[in-house]
Design a protein around this ligand. Structure first.
Ligand SMILES: Nc1ncnc2c1ncn2[C@@H]1O[C@H](COP(=O)(O)OP(=O)(O)OP(=O)(O)O)[C@@H](O)[C@H]1O
Length: 243
């Protein structure tokens, strides 16, 4: 469980980009963050994934106050989290399964890291994740031959092979054709439901948030102005978010 209280982020210029953000997120929540351009969506995701420092606020994960942890403890905590971006970082010359397994090497022994020899269990888990994202039949395919949507689904499997408990996704479907975007969103939903991974995802597309997420946050001027169980938004709610 994540509990955040009064997260505030100011950049050096003094510009307050996030103001007193508070929420609780549970295992298996699939949260879509909607908001206009410049509302602070990416900054919020970067703060929550500890890629940006905070100015003020408390961040509790599984009972530990993260803001009070030292560097090593924070690094250990971060191993349970993963981030996927609009353009996934994959080795296009490797096969799909090799890319998925490369997520595992971050948490593995030096010998395996150097030799890139995967344990049988890791291999089975990677295959299981490829099945989850519907790409088992493409496991041996070179990644350069896969479509944008398929690459994003490989990135999701790669993120999860680390035993990830929280997945942050920054605009994971931007630029994908509608069918591929639907498929990526469907995979994220399945993973949150079946593997109880907490997913926090920024989106531009309201309809995708309504259809696939379990919860919608509306962000405007650095504040959460709407926090509801996902459903079709009313015109008034859209106005509040995108005014
Ligand atoms: N490093 C930085 N220094 C100063 N201001 C920044 C920095 N990064 C972002 N900002 C500002 O913070 C605000 C929020 O930016 P952010 O990228 O989080 O918005 P966003 O909601 O993700 O926007 P978009 O949907 O256009 O990607 C913007 O006004 C932006 O100019």
């Amino acid at each position: 469980m994540i509990i955040v209280r009064n997260l505030t982020k100011r950049f050096e210029s003094g510009h307050e980009v996030l103001s007193k953000i508070s929420f609780q997120a549970d295992k298996g929540d699939f949260i879509a963050i909607l908001g206009g351009s410049g509302s602070g969506k990416t900054t919020l995701l970067r703060c929550l994934s500890l890629q940006e420092s905070w100015s003020e606020g408390q961040y509790i994960y599984e009972g530990s106050d993260i803001t009070e942890l030292n560097f090593v403890e924070k690094m250990k905590m971060r191993r349970k989290w993963a981030m996927i971006e609009e353009k996934p970082y994959l080795n296009l010359n490797s096969t799909a399964i090799q890319n998925v397994l490369s997520g595992r090497y971050k948490n593995t022994s030096v010998f395996r890291f150097l030799t890139r020899i995967a344990a049988k269990d890791d291999h089975l888990e990677a295959m299981d994740l490829l099945e989850h994202v519907g790409l088992l039949d493409k496991a041996r395919e070179k990644t350069s031959k896969l479509s944008g949507g398929e690459r994003q689904r490989i990135a999701i499997a790669q993120a999860l092979v680390q035993g990830t408990e929280i997945l942050f996704a920054d605009e994971p479907v931007t630029g994908l054709p509608p069918e591929s975007a639907n498929r990526v969103m469907e995979d994220l939903r399945n993973i949150s439901r079946k593997k109880q991974v907490t997913i926090i995802c920024t989106l531009h597309n309201v309809e995708l948030a309504e259809r696939f997420a379990s919860r919608i946050w509306g962000l405007a001027s650095g504040k959460i102005v709407l926090d509801i169980a996902a459903r079709k938004l009313t015109l008034r709610e859209k106005d509040i978010i995108f005014k």
